[in-house]
Design a protein around this ligand. Structure first.
Ligand SMILES: [Zn+2]
Length: 122
């Protein structure tokens, strides 16, 4: 008989453990989606470093996009770049953003890590 299995299956759909994940339909306590997203690589490895001027207030930022790294690695490298540049920074959808014009420092730091990057734009 498969009685035990059926009830196991049903447990997945109860809300005993809280909300059910919309992606995998598992209770969020057992869901691995957030973890999987964290490990997903967004970039294509075609790394571009460019200086951009932010719309509001015209602040200059250095953006690094295309890094073929997962979020954990991106966070680690962002932390390092912020330290090297002595500036604030953020990560947006796989793109790193460092406040100020730090293209040269960023390129040097990426090169030191064996990451080939190209300067893009102005
Ligand atoms: Zn899930």
């Amino acid at each position: 008989m498969t009685k035990a299995k059926e009830s196991d299956y049903r447990v997945v759909y109860t809300t005993e453990e809280g909300a059910v994940c919309p992606e995998c339909k598992r209770p969020q306590a057992k869901c691995g989606c957030a973890e999987a997203r964290k490990m997903a690589v967004k970039g294509d490895g075609n790394v571009r470093v460019r200086r951009e001027t932010n719309g509001r207030g015209g602040k200059t930022v250095t953006t690094i996009m295309g890094l073929a790294l997962n979020q954990v690695e991106l966070q680690a490298i962002l932390k390092e770049l912020k330290r090297v540049c002595g500036a604030g920074g953020a990560m947006k959808d796989g793109t790193l953003e460092i406040q100020g014009d730090h293209c040269d420092l960023v390129l040097r730091e990426l090169d030191r890590r064996g990451i080939k990057a190209k300067r893009a734009g102005g």
